[in-house]
Write a protein that binds this ligand. Sequence first.
Ligand code: MRU
Length: 349
Amino acid sequence: MEKINHIRLSEDDNALIILDQTQLPNREEYLELKTPEEMYRAIKRLEVRGAPAIGIFAGLAMYVLARGFSHLPYPDFRAKFNETADYLNSSRPTAVNLSWALRRVKRVVDDSSALSPADILPLLKNEAQAILEEDVAMCRAISEHGLSLLKDGDGVLTHCNAGPIATSRYGTGLGPLILGAERGMYLRAYSDETRPLLQGARLTSWELMRAGVDVTLICDNMASAVMKEGLVQFCFVGCDRVAANGDTANKIGTSGVAILAKHYGIPFYVLGPSSTIDLSAKTGEDIKIELRDPDEIRSLWYAEPMAPEGVKCYNPAFDVTDHSLITGIITEKGIVTPPYTHNLAAIFE
Ligand code: MRU
C-alpha cells in the first residue's frame, strides 16, 4: 500500500503538515499548522485523530512551537514550554497518548537545564521523531501478533478507525488486515460506519480499500446481524486508554460490539501500543470520557437538520468496554490475556 505521510514537519521545521482527516474520503487535503491555536484546533476538530497519531502529532508540534520561543532564557523557555504543552493537552481528554507524548518532550526540557534553549531544540526533534519511529515498530509488531490469529478467508469486524492514519503505519486494529493483504492473504473486513463522526465509513473503508482488503461497510446497528449470519470470526478494535484492569476506552459503540460478540461467542480483541496502557487508571471509572457537540448528532453531514430544533442530545465520544468482555489485548509485546491486572503490569517489568 502506498505510504501516506500524514503527519510531517515542513521543510524549514517551522510548521507541521497534516492530512486533514475531516476531508476524507472526498478530498486529500493537507493543512500547514504553525500556532498553538491551530494545533489545538486540529486535535479538537479531529483533523488529526486516533490515539497514537495524536501523540505523534503532539511531540512534533511541541518541537515546532518551541522554535518560536527558543530565544528566551532557560527558565522562561521551560515555563512557556510547559504552558503550551498543557494547553495542547487540554484539547481532548480520553486518549492517553496525548499526555504520554507531551510528558516525554517535557522531560527532555526538564533534563536539559544546563543547555541553552537553542541547543535543546535538536533534542526535542530527536524525541519527537523517536515517538514516531517507535510507533512504526510497535504497529508492525501488533499487526504481526494480530495476524497470527487469522487464517485465509476469515472475517473481522472493526469499529471506528484504527488504521495507518490513526497511527504511524499499518495501524493497530486494522494492522493485521493490511499486513495480511500485503502477504497475499484473503481476509474480509466489516467496518461499522461509527456514528456520529463516521470514522468507519469515511476512513476505515477508504484505508482498507487502498490496501486491497475486501471491506464491507455496515451501519452500526447491523453488527449483530453480521455476527449472527456467521460473517465474522473476530472483532478487532483499537483503544484510546486501557486501564490497569483491562477496561478499555475506545470509540463510542465499542462496548456494544463487545457485548454482541460475547453473545455470539466471537473473540473480541483490543489492539494498541503499550503507550495506550495507563496503569495509573485502576479501572475504566478513572478514564475521563470526552463529551462533544450535540450538532454532530443533529445536523452534521445532513443537508438539513435530522432532529427537531433544540432536542436534547448526549454525545459521549468514547465508551469503556469491561475487561470481562475482552478476549485479549494485543500490544507490540504480544497477546495479553486475563487476568489483566497481573498480565498488563507484567509487560512493563
Ligand atoms: O475520536 P477519534 O476518531 O480520535 O477516536 C479514535 C478511536 O477511538 C480509535 O479506535 C483509537 O484512537 C485507536 S487508533 C489506533
